[in-house]
Design a binder for this molecule. Structure first.
Ligand code: AMP
Ligand code: MN
Ligand code: MN
Ligand code: MN
Length: 274
């Protein structure tokens, strides 16, 4: 069966603008039938989103987004894993600890560049347990150090120099292994972001498939038609499920991205409901 779905979204549990409850409400308004909440490195928003989904009659799939160590834009989405303590929840805890160490390094890094940002202000703005770079970017914009959050990334938070203070990440094999050991499906997020040639991407997909990759995010707002076609062909060749999502963070954070409404066959998600 196919459904109108968005399988890639963020809430205040990580770096999104809306609470899980608000996000599910927006998805319902938008006419979605299925939503996956895929916060960075945390499952904290999932129970709330599922409760609101039950109230409004919208199916919410448990999700998470993990950054792998091999490449700064190699991101893996986990779907439909079990609730509670698991290899995946433990990995999220490890990631959270490395974020908690990184936040001090980011403060020092910015101060050295003449951008004295208060950690208290960043933490207050973040609200949830995950401190993410967009939280820093928002405080920098609010304080007038940059005109836009985009500029905060271009000049400070997404530079070669920034990479030196980047946090610990697990490798792709570990991320996929943890997702699968917890009963979930592993999906390669926004493949275009890797900046790879078709040949390089195919080599990566072949490797990830060996680690147990189940799916690839073919539909994504920033994919061109040609890219989408190529990703779909890789899914056929490597027997991967096709997924899609917007990476919605809220218009204050990603102004050009709204919730997607992709028609997806979700039979794979019913293999292990939630
Ligand atoms: P973190 O996981 O804390 O390292 O932050 C990563 C998040 O920052 C991503 O999920 C995006 O939301 C955002 N981000 C990363 N790079 C950029 C960029 N160049 N421009 C705007 N947002 C970015
Ligand atoms: Mn994000
Ligand atoms: Mn991502
Ligand atoms: Mn994302």
């Amino acid at each position: 069966m196919s459904f109108l779905a968005d399988l890639h979204t963020h809430s205040t549990a990580s770096d999104g603008q809306y609470t899980p409850t608000q996000l599910v409400g927006l998805a319902k308004q938008r006419g979605l039938e299925v939503l996956a909440l895929t916060d960075h490195d945390t499952m904290d928003g999932l129970d709330e989103a599922i409760r609101e989904g039950e109230r409004l009659g919208l199916r919410v799939i448990r999700g998470v987004e993990l950054g792998a160590s091999e490449h700064r834009n190699l991101h893996l989405l986990g779907y439909g894993f079990s609730a509670g303590t698991s290899e995946l929840s433990n990995l999220c805890q490890t990631m959270k600890r490395s974020r908690d160490e990184r936040k001090y390094r980011i403060v020092d890094f910015l101060a050295e560049k003449g951008v004295p940002v208060s950690l208290e202000e960043v933490e207050a703005l973040a609200g949830g347990s995950i401190i993410s770079r967009p939280h820093f970017a928002q405080v920098m914009a609010k304080r007038g150090y940059v005109a836009t959050t985009r500029e905060a990334f271009d000049r400070y938070l997404d530079t070669e120099e920034y990479q030196k203070i980047e946090r610990f990440k697990a490798d792709a094999r570990t991320c996929i292994g943890a997702i699968k050991a917890s009963g979930g499906m592993a999906c390669l997020a926004h493949p275009y972001q890797l900046g790879y040639s078709e040949k390089q991407l195919e080599a990566l997909v072949g490797q990830l498939k060996e680690y147990g990759l189940d799916a690839m995010e073919c539909y994504y707002p920033r994919h061109t038609r040609e890219q989408t076609e190529f990703y779909l062909s890789l899914c056929r060749k490597y027997e991967l499920y096709v997924t899609g999502g917007s990476d919605f963070h809220g218009e204050n954070i990603k102004p050009d991205i709204s919730l997607a409404c992709v028609d997806l066959n979700l039979d794979w998600a019913d293999r292990n409901k939630r």
